[in-house]
Every structure is written in C-alpha cells, then in structure tokens.
Design a protein around this ligand. Structure first.
Ligand SMILES: Nc1ncnc2c1ncn2[C@@H]1O[C@H](COP(=O)(O)OP(=O)(O)OP(=O)(O)O)[C@@H](O)[C@H]1O
Ligand SMILES: [Mg+2]
Length: 564
C-alpha cells in the first residue's frame, strides 16, 4: 500500500516522508514499518517511523484560531514523519544496514502484515507482538541474543522483570537443555520453578529456604558459599572494610596470604591470596593477629578486625557462609584422601559445577544486604569463569546465559567487588560461551564498559534524562531519536534492537501472568485493597530462634547430592 513520498534524506539513515491526511490512521503511530526503493532503483529499503511533525498549513498562514472555523473540507496539512532506515532486502531475507539511501520524491509503501510476519518469524522463541501490528509475533534469535550480551533497561515498574520472565520461560519451554543462571536479587523469579521441572532454586540455607517453601511450594536447594571460597576483595566487602580502613585491609590481605600462599609454598604450590583455599575462621583470626605484630608493636586495628570477623560469624543470615557444614564435611572427606589444597579445589569444583547443571538455576539472594550479594555474585561468577576457561582449553564451550537482576549493584559506575569479573565476562565471555543479560532500573549507574558490550537492547519506558543520556553515550547502535522515544512507551512496551532481531522493533511484551498462569514474586503491596478489607492476617510476634538443626537437613538434601 502506497502511503506517501520521500521528501528529504539526512545523515546516514534518516529519511523524512510526507503522508496525506486520509492515510494517517495507518501510520500515525510510532513503530510502523515502511519500505521504499533505494537510489539505485533495485534495492528495497526498510525503515521504521520514529518521529512526527504534523502541521496545519492553513493555521500557519492564518495564525489566529478564529479564522479556522469550518475549514475541515479543504484543510491542507503537512504531515511529515521521520523514518529510520534500518535494513534492506538481500535475496529473500531482510538484513541490517543501509547500503544505499533513497532519492527524494521516491514512493513510500507500508510493509504488509504478511511480510512483517515472515520477517519476524525467523527467530526461536516469541516474547510478544509488534505494537503497531498486534497479529505479528516477535521471535528472538537465541544465537543473536547470546553471542552479544543483552541489556534490559527501564525505570522502575516499566516491565523489566515481566520481560525477563517471559523470555526465560519461553526458552525453558522451547529448548530441552538450556543452561541459564538467574542472579535473583529480590527472589522474584522463583515461580518459574512451577512452570518447568528443569528449574532449581538455590537459596541461602536457613530461614529463607523455609520461607520459600511456604510461599511458593518449591523446595529450594540450600546454598552454601563458605567464606574460604571468596577472594580478598570479596571478604573486604563483606566485613565492611572500606578503602579508608587501610591497616585492616593490609592485615587481612597478609593473613590470607599466610593461609593460602605461604602455608603451601613448601609443598610446591604457587597460589595467590585470592585462590579458594580452605581455612577456618579460627585460623583466619590467628593469622590476622599475627599480621598485626606482637609485643610493643602490636596493633589494635588487627584486634578490631578480629572482632569484626567474630561478629560476622554470629550473624544468622550469614551462616550459609560461616557455617557451611555440608561443604566442610565434603572438604574433610576429600582431605583424608589428598592434601588440603587439592581437597579445597575439589570442593570448589563441586560448588562451581552445580551452577552449571543444565536447565535454569535461580540463585535467590532476596533479603541479603547488597554488600553480601555483590561478594557472593563475584565469587559465583569467578567460579563459573574458571570452569568456562578450563572448558575452552578442552575445546568445549559452556554455552551459559547469566541473568543479572539489578545489575547496577554488581557492575556499577563506581566500585563493587563483582565489577571486575562482570566486566571481564562482558569483554571476553563471547569466546568462552558465557553470555550476560543485565537488567537495571538505574541505567545511569551501570558500568559503561558493560553497557558498551551489550549488542542487544531491550529498552522499556525510561523517563530520566540522565538515564537516557547514559544509554545514548554507552551503546553503539542507539540514536537520539530512540532514547527520546522511551518516555512515551506504555508498561510492557519495549524497543528491541540488536542481533536478536532482524530489524529493530517496538514490541508489546506478553504478560507472564497471562501466558504462563503464574505471578512473579516481589509484587507491590496493594494498599488500596489492604486498607479496604477487614484485617484477616494476624500479626505474628517473632519467636526466639531455636538450636539449629541445619547439619541434619543439609545432609538429607544437599546442594551436591541433589545434583548427583
Ligand atoms: N507486558 C506486560 N503486560 C502486562 N502487564 C505488564 C507487562 N509488563 C509489566 N506488567 C505489569 O507491570 C507491573 C510492573 O512490572 P515489572 O515488575 O516487570 O516491572 P520492573 O520494570 O521489573 O519493575 P522494578 O524496577 O520494580 O523491578 C507488574 O504488575 C506487571 O504485571
Ligand atoms: Mg523488576
């Protein structure tokens, strides 16, 4: 269907078109696709309408509204629209790029529904429909998505989690053995475990696992991340040693060097202070005191540091790090047969391998402080990376997708213990088969190195100008028109671009609730409803904690037994 003419061509890919009044119902919507011939006469170019400039010429001439009464029948209008040329027809398929521009005066056509269907049907799994043409399903190409990383960005409540849930659930339905890890910062993705058997929820052992069981009827695997698995910076962060605590940092580093490097040097090992080598908290405290000197040169800050370590060991929420009984037992078993370094690496290997079980692994970190979350994620990703590198040397790739919710916690503009490994995966993950899908409601706080490596963008409503500016500056294919259109999007509507789609598209993402009949966790409290009904829930006073029986429960059903 012919809808107008090219009236101007600007820059590398911008075309202005003019459309007569009676065709406006077809095209006066963002995200509509048009096509036209290139200046060579043989290339077909595809573009998307991204901007409007519609002027009433009569008003422009008259300048006073009173003169406009009763003029409808002869209203001469000027309806200009901005089109982004994004692709062209090469053979039978649509490819990205602009090999040639059109001539002014060229006829412009609407791309038909059938043609759009055949363009967007090439991918693997559907995530929604075209906003401008709701009977056209959008299928994303999994290889395109995973070989370049993906950023899902938007302000809060715009529909990021819904998008991720729809995408992951569709991948789980479509592929027999996908390998996906979700770093679930708010434990909101647990309902995914109810739609497929190929999902495991790993949650810090203790109260959280009971809560998850009660709330979702899902049996989580108790997660243990013993402190000795963490690197130096990760331990600094958990102990809250900020960069001004120079002495305490020094003593801790020295202590870890003693326990991990010096202790085993004579046995022929060449280790670093970051390596996952077993130590007990008692050993750590002694090593810290020794690092602080003795006699008159003894330093109080070493003792303060010891107190911090003691406080840490008493925090119930952190028992999964400081009292990792199951992995301690594993370690003792291994250590009976080999030396402590090898035994440490065996436990570490088991720990890392469990993350790579095929299917979806949800690491539910809800309720932990962001410092603890960042340290754990850093340790998990470093473990995963070690395996990916090892695999690569054997000529294999792990082919894993890692979803990072609230990615600004793990790779902020500033410092975080996990920043280095996240950026490393962003830069090199492609070669080793590790792909990132980062989600953030604060794009302006996200590492630019990370954003720049994300070839795919799923941008939902974003109003904050500094977020828009940050996206524009960090991401290669994003234009000013694109970011300026983001405030106008509806909830659940996303601008999707990158290798995951043949052409950029404005997509109405499916509702997870409607398609998969489950609701994501972490929903907003409905105050209107709560305040409108009788108080049904009794307020329960917390009971005093009882002696922990974790050792037993862990032995019955542990992280590793579950995998065997
Ligand atoms: N595509 C959609 N279709 C229907 N409803 C949607 C869609 N996307 C989001 N919603 C609704 O909008 C609300 C917010 O969505 P969601 O939790 O996904 O937002 P978010 O961007 O992840 O927010 P936050 O920044 O708080 O994590 C939810 O109640 C969800 O049901
Ligand atoms: Mg969310």
């Amino acid at each position: 269907m012919e809808i107008g003419r090219v009236i101007g061509v600007y820059g590398r890919n911008i075309v202005k078109i003019s459309v007569p009044d009676h065709l406006l119902p077809e095209v006066a919507r963002p995200g509509v696709y048009v096509k036209m011939a290139g200046a060579d006469g043989s290339t077909t170019l595809y573009g998307m309408i991204v901007g409007f400039n519609m002027l009433d010429e009569l008003y422009r001439r008259a300048r006073i509204i009173e003169e406009l009464e009763g003029y409808e029948e002869f209203r001469p209008a000027r309806n200009e629209m901005t089109v982004h040329i994004t692709g062209y027809l090469s053979g039978q398929t649509v490819s990205k790029g602009v090999p040639i521009l059109p001539k002014p005066g060229e006829k412009v056509y609407l791309v038909s529904k059938e043609e759009l269907q055949s363009i967007f049907d090439k991918g693997d799994v559907s995530i929604g429909v075209l906003s401008s043409s709701p009977n056209v399903e959008i299928k994303i190409d999994v290889n395109g998505m995973c070989t370049r990383h993906t950023a899902v960005l938007a302000m809060t409540g715009a529909g990021k989690s819904n998008t991720v849930a729809v995408l992951i659930a569709s991948l789980l339905k479509h592929f027999k053995n996908p390998r996906i890890i979700i770093v679930d910062t708010h434990s909101e993705y647990i309902p995914l475990a109810r739609i497929s058997n190929n999902v495991r929820v790993l949650a810090p052992k203790g109260k959280v696992t009971d809560l998850i069981k009660a709330q979702y009827q899902v049996d989580p695997i108790p997660l243990e991340v013993p402190l000795w698995i963490l690197g130096v910076e990760e331990i600094y962060n958990i102990l809250g040693l900020d960069p001004r605590a120079t002495k305490q940092r020094l003593y801790l580093r020295q202590a870890l060097k003693t326990l991990r490097v010096e202790r085993y040097r004579e046995k022929g090992y060449d280790l670093t202070a970051d390596d996952p080598i077993h130590f007990t908290l008692e050993e750590l405290k002694i090593a810290v005191i020794n690092a602080g000197g003795s006699g008159r040169t003894r330093d109080r800050s070493a003792e303060d540091l010891c107190l911090k370590i003691e406080d840490l060991s008493e925090e119930r929420e952190l028992y999964f790090m400081t009292r990792a009984e199951y992995l301690e037992d594993k370690f003792s078993d291994y250590a009976k047969k080999t030396d402590e370094v090898k035994a440490s690496f065996q436990v570490y290997g088991d720990f890392a391998r469990s993350l790579l079980d095929p299917g979806l692994n949800i690491i539910a970190l809800g309720g932990l402080s962001s410092e603890v979350q960042a340290s754990i994620v850093s340790a998990l990703l470093r473990a995963l990376w070690r395996i990916a590198v090892e695999q690569r040397f054997r000529g294999e790739r792990v082919a894993t997708l890692v979803v990072l919710e609230e990615a600004h916690i793990y790779a902020p503009v500033g410092w975080s213990p996990s920043k280095q490994i996240v950026e490393k995966i962003a830069k090199e993950g492609r070669k080793f088969g590790v792909s990132l899908l980062v989600v953030s409601q604060r794009p302006r706080e996200l590492s630019q190195t990370l954003l720049a490596q994300c070839g795919n963008l799923i941008a939902l409503r974003t109003v904050n100008p500094s977020d828009q500016e940050h996206i524009l500056r960090s991401m290669e294919d994003v234009t000013r028109d694109t970011v300026e259109s983001l405030p106008g999007l509806q909830t659940g509507e996303a601008l999707v671009s990158g290798p995951m789609l043949p052409l950029p598209a404005l997509v109405k993402i499916f509702s997870f609730k409607e398609v998969f009949h489950e609701e994501l966790g972490g929903k907003d409290v409905d105050y209107r409803e709560a305040w409108s009904t009788e108080y049904m829930t009794e307020i329960v006073i917390p009971s005093p904690p009882e002696q922990t029986t974790l050792v037993e429960t862990n032995k019955q059903k542990s992280l590793l037994d579950f995998n065997n």
